[in-house]
Design a protein around this ligand. Structure first.
Ligand code: 5GP
Length: 193
């Protein structure tokens, strides 16, 4: 997605050898126009799949997931990273190792929001080693829901996430694919959309 790549080039900051900071439009401050455009591309890529729910993980997946869900005309559900006292119903839970925080945490979704009738599109902001997406797939499996695919805003193709998901037969659509970082600059590979 050209517009996204331009924005990453303009506003992204490379931290070390593996991390990209995009807090001015995606992970902290959010650009609604760009998120809507992202939502359109994801919705278009999965329009034939009869998606019934878009599932993501808090916090930075919520913005692109919400626009995607609105355009597909279905609800968006986000997995919570910490249990709230208001979550008093039966929960689906899985363990996710966080690439950026380097801790394992439990993520959960109330069972009532995912059922065996659901055909889910998983959306997330970044794909690194695939642990967040894998945890979300596990939650869907616990509910007996089908997962139609995974939509990623920024894939770091030099990490193992895509291979992990594709080895499980999962369709992965990434809007920007980063081949690597060189001298603080982002080098792109061909994106999926
Ligand atoms: P994974 O679970 O695929 O290893 O990592 C994906 C998760 O880690 C995403 O949900 C995202 O929050 C975070 N993440 C991974 N790499 C980056 C990165 O380069 N920049 C930012 N801002 N977040 C990242």
């Amino acid at each position: 997605m050209k517009e996204l790549e331009e924005r990453i080039k303009r506003d992204g900051r490379v931290l070390g050898s593996e991390v990209l900071k995009v807090d001015s439009f995606l992970t902290h401050q959010v650009d609604p126009e760009l998120m809507e455009a992202i939502g359109r591309v994801f919705a278009d890529a999965f329009k034939r799949e009869k998606i019934t729910k878009v599932v993501t993980i808090e916090a930075s997946g919520i913005a692109p997931a919400l626009y995607t869900a609105q355009i597909l005309g279905v609800p968006m559900v986000f997995a919570r990273k910490s249990k709230s006292i208001t979550m008093d119903e039966e929960l689906l839970t899985s363990e996710v190792y966080s690439f950026t925080k380097q801790v394992t945490s439990q993520v959960s979704i109330s069972r009532k929001f995912l059922t065996s009738e659901d055909n889910v599109l998983i959306i997330d902001d970044f794909l690194a080693n695939g642990q967040a997406a894998k945890g979300l797939i596990e939650l869907c499996e616990q509910a007996g829901a089908k997962v139609a695919g995974v939509g990623i805003v920024i894939e770091k193709s030099f990490q193992t996430g895509r291979a992990l998901l594709e080895d499980e037969g999962m369709r992965v659509v990434s809007l920007a694919r980063i081949a690597g970082f060189s001298n603080g600059q982002v080098e792109f590979a061909e994106g999926d959309a």
